[in-house]
Design a protein around this ligand. Structure first.
Ligand code: ADP
Ligand code: MG
Length: 696
């Protein structure tokens, strides 16, 4: 079960007579304005425990400090965060009640109420969700649970980081309220019948207060005393923010206001909203207050795809992903065979900043019969597609599911098959229809497709079709393996690639000499992580081997009679080669003359099995010391440097400068392979060589 739905093992809060007077509204409207009471004025007798002051966890203090002093302009996101928490709490009680009816207020309407008070400069947000007891208030609102967030905040000074950055890293959640609040009071009553209500009070300073409260209804009520420059007590402003950020929340969000004239009600009742919603509205005019539903609650995934406008998808995504940019692509699928699926999936346009962080909660929202079963389900798509966001609703999933039963359910397997196939197909279609958009996808998420190739053998062909490469001939474009294969000469039998730590290094690689000279195309594998996976999992394409051009035994197409036979050249270089072996000794596997070098004097080639190389590389990536396969140093007999060295060696076999030059030839080759353990150590030798070269 996910974190949110797990029944936590919570101790009861310290008992005591409730004494605070944060009143509940009349039945049916659990949120009615009571003005802020000055603290502690309602302490009744000596039996009740006094208010307790508690210190925030250090990281929370830091976060609050940053939020309070930020110049961040989009302060209205606080409302989105509080509504999203309320909606989570409602989902949780809804889920709880599938199996447990023994909860406080079992019949309460599941909804969210916003109640501004312009005169008092305050806003109240209430929900009839799962609620919190005293200890939950302490844990949830006094600490930060995400280890990643804690690590991030640890040590940042105020001013060193911005709200934008924090949002990018882990979101701000509840604490965002302190961007707009002078004081916040959270009064909550847990759904567990034995629990009493508590109020949590904070002005965003270093401590908060807890007092027993008198709240009869289940749920949470947040009273915000707004900072003077914040206009969030204006109804129109709230309505506008809800439309923009929370329109698709699946529970009604009511705006509670003092009841206006009769005609006002008729006007709202006359709106196009569904009959049910209208009934609710008229019902809820009592005790001088009215409530108007201000969100549309549309379950967009349950609508027919051709009735939904592009902008609705975009808006739905922005609300789902709490403020991300418009998505690159949406996939709307409604089907009932072989299994009932109603889904809207999104490919975001940007890789989330935290996608590789351990604390990230990814996965699709899973509904069954409109009830949220899981907020982050990871069984509905293969792991490598975890950048896909969206909602899946299926009537074929049993309602009383636990995490394990979802995983093992045959319907889940069928859904995930369908979704994975569909996502890959839509990406392929995107590539055909809008190459530029696909390039953007590839730039952000290509590494996931490469990772998929290492794990998803079933969809291997689709994944291969989605791969894109830069090559010695691609310029700024991305090419497919298909394109590569189409334009290679008839006598070429393998697909060549060069590996390097980045694109610039790839372009400079000495291994390209021969291929550039013979107009053969070589793919760049320049992502040290993703391409390491790729070289392990992509061994061939259309029965052609993928070959790393640094392999000692690489086969190149016949290019009749354009070089001196390697054997001859090798013989001519024999003396120098021996001298190289003497100097380099055990550091190299071998030294030999090469016919594949043109521009460069030397290179290091790999003589081992390609699998052990892959293993070596992965170990290095994971920071482990792997035994390194020794390389073969190859020399270019036609290069001026090599010819000069040969002449020197023949003139004086013991020439000390020759030793230094050989060492430097080797070091240069190491540098080009990104294998040099200590480049700075070369300076002394380079200096000696420069002194020798500069002698007049
Ligand atoms: P997140 O929502 O990502 O967990 P938040 O900072 O927004 O982080 O909220 C912290 C926690 O406080 C929530 O996980 C939840 O347990 C609790 N919480 C916040 N608001 C409510 C609410 N209205 N009802 C019940 N619990 C809440
Ligand atoms: Mg939240």
């Amino acid at each position: 079960m996910p974190k949110r739905l797990r029944k936590s093992n919570i101790r009861r809060g310290s008992a005591g007579e409730p004494y605070a007077t944060i009143a509940d509204g009349p039945k049916g409207i659990p949120c009615l304005a009571t003005t802020f009471k000055p603290r502690n004025t309602t302490m009744s007798d000596t039996v009740a425990p006094g208010p307790e002051k508690l210190q925030y966890q250090t990281e929370v203090k830091q976060l609050l400090d940053i939020l309070a002093h930020s110049l961040y302009t989009e302060k209205d996101i606080f409302l989105r965060e509080l509504i999203s928490n309320a909606s989570d709490a409602l989902n949780r009680i809804q889920f709880e009640m599938l199996t447990n009816q023994d909860v406080t207020d079992a019949d309460a309407e599941l909804a969210i109420w916003l109640e501004p008070d312009r005169e008092a400069g305050s806003l109240r947000i209430a929900d009839s969700g799962i609620g919190m007891n005293r200890d939950e208030l302490v844990t949830n609102l006094g600490t930060i649970a995400h280890s990643g967030a804690k690590a991030f905040l640890n040590g940042v000074e105020p001013g060193e980081t911005s709200v934008e950055e924090i949002i990018g890293q882990f979101g701000v959640g509840f604490y965002s309220v302190f961007m707009v609040a002078k004081e916040v009071r959270v009064t909550s009553r847990s759904h567990r019948p034995e629990e009493t209500a508590w109020t949590w009070i904070s002005d965003g300073g270093s401590e908060y207060e807890l007092v027993p409260a008198d709240k009869e209804n289940r749920g949470t009520e947040i009273e915000i005393r707004l900072k003077d420059d914040c206009d969030f007590a204006d109804s129109w402003r709230l309505e506008e923010i809800v439309k923009r950020h929370s329109d698709f929340v699946s529970f009604p969000i009511y705006l509670v206001e003092p009841a206006a004239e009769e005609e006002d009600d008729e006007e709202t009742a006359g709106d196009q909203a569904e009959a049910a919603a209208d009934a609710v509205e008229t019902d809820k005019v009592e005790a001088g207050v009215s409530q108007t539903k201000i969100n549309s609650q549309t379950a967009i995934w349950r609508q027919s795809p051709n009735s939904v406008a592009e902008e609705d998808y975009n808006q739905f995504f922005r609300q789902l992903a709490l403020g991300a940019d418009d998505p690159l692509l949406h996939i709307h699928l409604v089907t009932d065979s072989p299994v009932d699926i109603r889904t809207v999936l999104f490919i975001p346009s940007k890789r989330p900043d935290d996608i590789f962080m351990a604390h990230r909660e990814d996965g699709l929202r899973l509904y069954s019969r409109k009830i949220l079963i899981q907020k982050h389900n990871r069984d509905l798509l293969p792991e490598y597609l975890r950048f896909v966001e969206g909602v899946v609703d299926s009537e074929d999933l049993p309602l009383n599911v636990s995490r394990e039963t979802i995983q093992d359910n045959p319907a889940t397997r069928q859904i995930s098959q369908t979704l994975a196939r569909r996502v890959l197909r839509e990406l392929d279609r995107l590539a055909g229809r809008d190459a530029e958009a696909y390039d953007r996808f590839w730039d952000q998420f290509g590494m996931f497709i490469k990772a998929g190739l290492a794990t998803d053998f079933e969809r291997r062909d689709s994944l291969i079709g989605l791969l894109r490469f830069k090559s010695t001939k691609s310029g700024d474009d991305w090419i497919t393996l298909e394109q590569y294969a189409e334009r290679m000469p008839a006598n070429q039998k393998s697909i060549y690639y060069v590996e390097a730590p980045d694109l610039d290094a790839a372009r400079r690689s000495p291994h390209l000499d021969y291929y550039s000279a013979h107009d053969l195309e070589v793919l760049y594998f320049s992502d040290p992580v993703a391409d390491a996976y790729l070289s392990m999992s992509l061994m061939d394409f259309r029965e052609m081997k993928l070959v790393n051009v640094d392999s000692a035994d690489v086969e190149v197409p016949d290019t009749a009679g354009d070089e001196e036979a390697p054997a001859e050249a090798g013989e001519a270089l024999q003396g120098l080669v021996e001298r190289f072996k003497e100097v380099l000794g055990e550091r190299v596997e071998d030294v030999r003359s090469s016919s594949l070098l043109v521009e460069n004097p030397s290179r290091l080639v790999y003589a081992g099995e390609s699998m052990s190389r892959a293993f070596e590389r992965m170990s290095n990536l994971m920071g482990q010391e792997a035994p390194q396969q020794k390389r073969i140093l190859e020399l270019n007999p036609d290069h001026e440097l090599v010819r000069n060295l040969k002449a020197r060696q023949e003139a004086d076999a013991a020439d000390p400068l020759l030793t230094e030059l050989i060492e430097q030839v080797y070091d240069n080759a190491l540098l080009l392979e990104d294998m040099h353990p200590d480049p700075a150590a070369m300076t002394e030798r380079i200096l000696a060589i420069m002194v020798a070269a500069s002698r007049a």
